[in-house]
Design a protein around this ligand. Structure first.
Ligand SMILES: [Mn+2]
Length: 283
């Protein structure tokens, strides 16, 4: 008999033997429109059993990869700073143990907690950011810690030329002006993603996938759906180009499962997570 402890499918290695650690960050405290991303990690774990551990795309299997699922971080309600600090400390602990952290969101602000820790270990860090939204606001309604400001706060850490944005089709005029000076931004689709990955071959890379980069016609389980997104197959192709990359941290954020009661959005998030895990070196 085994304990009834649910992990993401195929991610049942012990901590000591794992190269990759999954950790859910069930936080949606700064969500600007429809909340619910806090339910993302648990939904993904539960519904991951609807997909296979085997990837026919890359002929690899999660069961051959030692991944530890650390469960969800138990966060306080109503304290954004503390939630970020706890996320940062948890990721720093994984890094100190030589693990590659893979966070399941939660809203996009959680990426800031992770990057604070990852950038300390890898000062030359580059960020691959796939999203519908620029997330470059200086603040949102006066609040500097917001999911609409997360890439701006990350820019505060990593600086010019280190944030590579793809699929962006929404933001204020000022955000696009900021991007023109300080980040590499590809609007509307993922063209050039593989070229960027190739150019960063020898650099440490953190990849953050805001699932709302996908077209809401096929992926509606998210808090701020934005029409005109990329098809799942395009996102999958981008992910598969990561195989040459030195991935030092990853996250998949902004699944808000209850907005898609068909379960198709959660299933897409699970499949994408599997495919990213299988791209991590050493995996
Ligand atoms: Mn977004």
């Amino acid at each position: 008999m085994n304990k009834n402890v649910q992990t993401f499918i195929g991610c049942d290695a012990e901590y000591a033997e794992a190269d990759i650690v999954l950790c859910g960050i069930p936080f949606d405290g700064t969500t600007s429109y429809r909340p619910g991303a806090r339910f993302g990690p648990s939904a993904m774990r539960a519904e991951s059993y609807g997909i296979e551990t085997y990837s026919p795309y890359v002929d690899r299997d999660l069961q051959d990869v030692p991944v530890f699922d650390a469960g969800d971080l138990e966060l306080p309600f109503g304290d954004t700073k503390k939630a970020l600090t706890m996320t940062e400390e948890r990721v720093a602990a994984f890094l100190a143990d030589g693990k590659t952290p893979f966070l399941l969101g939660g809203e996009h602000l959680i990426t800031l907690g992770a990057v604070r820790a990852v950038a300390r270990k890898h000062p030359a860090l580059h960020i691959l950011h796939l999203d519908a939204h620029a997330d470059l606001r200086a603040d949102y309604l006066g609040e500097p810690l917001s999911h609409a400001s997360v890439m701006r706060r990350i820019w505060d850490i990593v600086g010019d030329g280190r944030i590579h944005q793809f699929g962006i089709r929404s933001g204020e005029r000022a955000e696009f002006a900021f991007a023109a000076k300080h980040t590499h931004m590809r609007r509307y689709d993922l063209t050039g993603f593989a070229d960027t990955v190739a150019a960063l071959k020898n650099e440490p890379v953190y990849v953050t996938v805001d699932l709302d980069v996908l077209d809401p016609a096929g992926f509606c389980g998210t808090g701020t759906p934005e029409a005109g997104g990329v098809p799942f197959t395009a996102l999958l192709a981008a992910v598969h180009s990561l195989s040459t990359c030195n991935l030092v941290g990853c996250d998949v954020v902004e699944l808000s499962p209850h907005y898609d009661m068909s379960g198709a959005s959660t299933a897409a998030a699970c499949k994408l997570t599997r495919e990213i895990i299988l791209q991590i070196k050493g995996a």
